[in-house]
Write a protein that binds this ligand. Structure first.
Ligand code: GRG
Length: 290
């Protein structure tokens, strides 16, 4: 059985070589450099790996069409991080241990690099050897997930939430939009490529919802525990500093319990998935610190 780590070690290098090769087609040198900088800055490629894992679990090849679709998804993810780091948004100087795009290329260039990635994603989806109907489905899935009823809505809720206390359902909704939608989209794109049934898609969508939520809870928990480590303390950061986070709302221990329950719910959703090998997708959950 291939597990997530082995699968990632095997699939990420050729996919990254493909991304580099395709990004070389950008003609304007500043855009070429700025867009490539963020796409190739050491992301984990979780969303593409979800697409690929569905094909693998269905016994199908991870071909050029899969690279194109997963690549488009990664371009959107990269654009969202560039714009999220901008002074008008999170105003971050570092991402993945490296200076953020606007710190290297300037603010206007970073905005345009994001714009370039967002539009290039849709060009990629329409220049593949998928059928016209599959291209239509892919464009719709990605546009809905990334657009004003998806990730962009999550980002604005996040910004507006910074000045008030959110309830737990509001926090879950924010993250469902901000990060969950693209994770769900990855699974939807994989299911589209593998031509899965309505029932199979429903089980995978449910898995992706819980996986996305677990991903966010873990991110919030790590933020608290790593801050505590840096400060040399056994306890976590003052909850007041983390108002709109899971540990901020629930306390660290309850947040850890909710993470565990969310992983269990993701496993239960997968157990309803018939006709596909569930082991690889299940192993995506093994890297949460339940
Ligand atoms: C600017 C429209 C717009 C949206 C931005 C996704 C997003 C919305 C902002 C990212 C902010 C953030 C840190 C969210 C928490 C979830 C998270 C850890 C996202 C990063 O995804 P990973 O871990 O990133 O998959 P890598 O670096 O591995 O590619």
């Amino acid at each position: 059985m291939v597990d997530f780590k082995t699968f990632a070690a095997q699939e990420v290098p050729p996919f990254e070589a493909y991304l580099v090769e395709q990004l070389e087609h950008i003609e304007e040198p500043t855009l070429q450099a700025a867009m490539t900088y963020s796409v190739m800055a050491g992301g984990k490629r979780l969303r593409p790996l979800l697409v690929f894992s569905i094909l693998e679990s269905a016994g199908l090849p991870i071909n050029r069409a899969a690279y194109r679709v997963a690549g488009a998804l990664e371009l959107i993810h990269s654009y969202s991080l560039i714009h999220d780091d901008l002074p008008a948004m999170d105003n971050d100087d570092m991402r993945r241990g490296q200076p953020t795009n606007h710190k290297v290329f300037g603010e206007a260039q970073a905005i345009l690099a994001g714009d370039g990635l967002l539009t290039l994603a849709f060009e990629w989806l329409t220049t593949t050897d998928l059928t016209a109907e599959q291209q239509r489905q892919a464009v719709q899935l990605l546009a809905r997930a990334a657009g004003p009823n998806g990730m962009v809505a999550g980002q604005i809720e996040d910004i507006e939430g910074q000045t008030r206390q959110l309830s737990l359902p509001q926090l879950k909704q924010l993250h469902q939009l901000k990060t969950g939608c693209l994770i769900e989209c990855a699974v939807g794109l994989g299911a589209m490529l593998a031509q899965l049934s309505v029932d199979q898609r429903a089980s995978l969508r449910s898995f992706a919802r819980y996986y996305g939520l677990a991903f966010q809870i873990q991110d919030d928990i790590l933020d608290v525990t790593s801050t505590a480590e840096i400060m040399g303390k056994a306890v976590h950061k003052d909850a007041g500093e983390h108002k709109n986070t899971f540990p901020g709302l629930l306390g660290l221990s309850e947040a850890q319990t909710v993470l565990k329950e969310t992983c269990q719910a993701a496993r239960a959703a997968l157990s309803h998935l018939t006709g596909l090998d569930q082991a690889l997708l299940n192993s995506f959950l093994d890297y949460f610190k339940e």
